[in-house]
Design a binder for this molecule. Sequence first.
Ligand code: 5AD
Ligand code: SF4
Length: 479
Amino acid sequence: MKEKILNKPDLDKAKVRNVKESPIVYLGDDSSSFMMDFAKGKNYFIRTYGCQANIRDEESMRGMLESVGFNKVEKEEEADLIILNTCAVRENAEDKVYGEIGNLKGLKAKKKELIIAICGCIPEEPEILDKIIKTFPYVNLFFGTHEIHKLLSYIEHVAKHHERLVAVESKAGEVYEGMPVCRTSRYKAFVNIIYGCNKFCTYCIVPYTRGRERSRKFDDVLEECRQLVKEGYQEITLLGQNVNAYGKDLDEGKDFADMLEAVAKLGIPRLRFTTSHPWDFSDKMIDVIAKYDNIMKFIHLPVQSGNDEILRKMGRRYNSKDYLSLVKRMKDKIPGLGLSTDIIVGFPNETEEEFNDTLKLVDEVKYDSAFTFIYSPRRGTPAAKMEDNIDYETKSRRFKELVKHLEVSVNASSERMVGGIYKVLVDGVSKNNDDMYSGYTESNKLVHFKGNETLVGKIVNVKILESHTYSLIGEIVDE
Ligand code: 5AD
Ligand code: SF4
C-alpha cells in the first residue's frame, strides 16, 4: 500500500500550553458528493475504548458517517469501514487494541477494499504509532484526537487514492463546534464543556494526547443542553478531564459553578459531571450542587494516593489534609452525597508505609465506589523515567488489599440503602440477567429489578431489597 504522511505526533509539541489565540472553530457541512456516493449501501463498525471523552468522540464520528449515508453494524465481518477509537491511559488498554488490530488481519485478507482506521489516544504516542504502522501494514488510516472533524475527508482520501494515510498532529488544540452527532442513548447524554488537560500529573499521558485545557463557550454548551431538554433527555453529564477548570481560559467571566447552575435551571431531570480535580474544586461549586435538586448528589473525586510524598511526586497539587478537608466540606453541605474516586497503587518506589497512608485515607473517607489501578508507566511522562524498585508481585498484593478496604465502605453504603425507596433511571435489560432490568440511582448505584421495555428511559421508584458489593436488587413501587 502507498503511504502518505500528513502529520506525525511529537511530544514536545504536545506539551505546548502558552497559546493565546481563541481556539474555537465553527465548522460547516463536510459531506462531499463523492462521500455521499461512496457511503451508499456501506456499513461501518466502530469500537471505542477508554473514557467518556472517547465515547463522546465516537458519537461525533457516527454523526459524520451517518450524515453521508453509512449504516452502523454490530459485527466487524459486515463492515466496509472499521474504526478502533483507542485509549492509551494504561498498558492493558493498549494491549487490548493490539489484539483487536491483529484479529482484523483475516478480514482484510478476505475483503481487500475494507478500510481500517485507528484513532483516539494511542496514535498520539510517537513511538507506539511507529510500532503500529510497522506491525500492522493493512491498517489504512491513522488520526488523532485533534483530527476527528476531518474523518470524512480522510476516508475520501483513502478511498480515492488507495493509499494509507497518517494524520496525527500534536498540538495545543482547538474547539470544534458544529460536528454532527449521533447519540448512543435517547435519554442520557454526554456534553463536553472543556477539552484537554493542563495538570500534567507525572504518570498521565492525557495532557499529551488531548492537548491543552480549552473551554467551549458558555452559550454553545447551554444551547446543546437546551436542545437535549427539548428532545426529552433525562440526564446530562457535563464532561471534561477536569471540569472545575471550565472557563479559566476564556474571558467570559464564567466558571464551572456558573455552568452547573445554568444547566440545572434548564430543567434537565438529572445533571451529572465528571471529572473533578480536587485542587480547584471551589466552595461555590459545592453550594450550587447542594442547592439544586436536579444536580445529582454524587461526586467523582480522584485522590490517586493518600500519602503526601507520593502526591507530590505525582504532581497532584494537594496533600491528604487538603483532600480530607474538601471531602468534609462537601459532606457537611451536601447531605446523602455519594463519593467515588480513582486510586493508583504502585507508583514508582511507593513504600509500604506510603501505601498504608492510602489505606488509612480510604478507611476515613468511606467511598461509595472506586476505580483502582496498578501504576502503568507511560512513555514520555516524567514518572516513566523514575527508577522503580517495587516488584509487580508487591504491587498486585497491595492492589488486592486496597480493594478489600474499599469494599468495606462500598458494601456498607449499599447495605444502608436496603429498605429505602430510590429514584432510578431505567437503562434496559440487565447485562448479566435477561429477566431483569437495570438502572442507576441518583447516587450512581447500579440497581437490578423486574421491569419492562416501556420503562426504558424513565425515572421510576425502586425499593431496595438486597445489596451486593457492586449492585443492588430492588422492586419497582408506585409512589
Ligand atoms: N497508570 C495507572 N493508572 C493511571 N491513570 C492515569 N494514568 C495512569 C497510569 N499511568 C488512572 C488515574 C486516573 C484514571 C482515569 O486513570 O487514576 O484518574
Ligand atoms: Fe491525567 Fe491528571 Fe489531567 Fe487527570 S488531571 S487527565 S490524571 S493529568
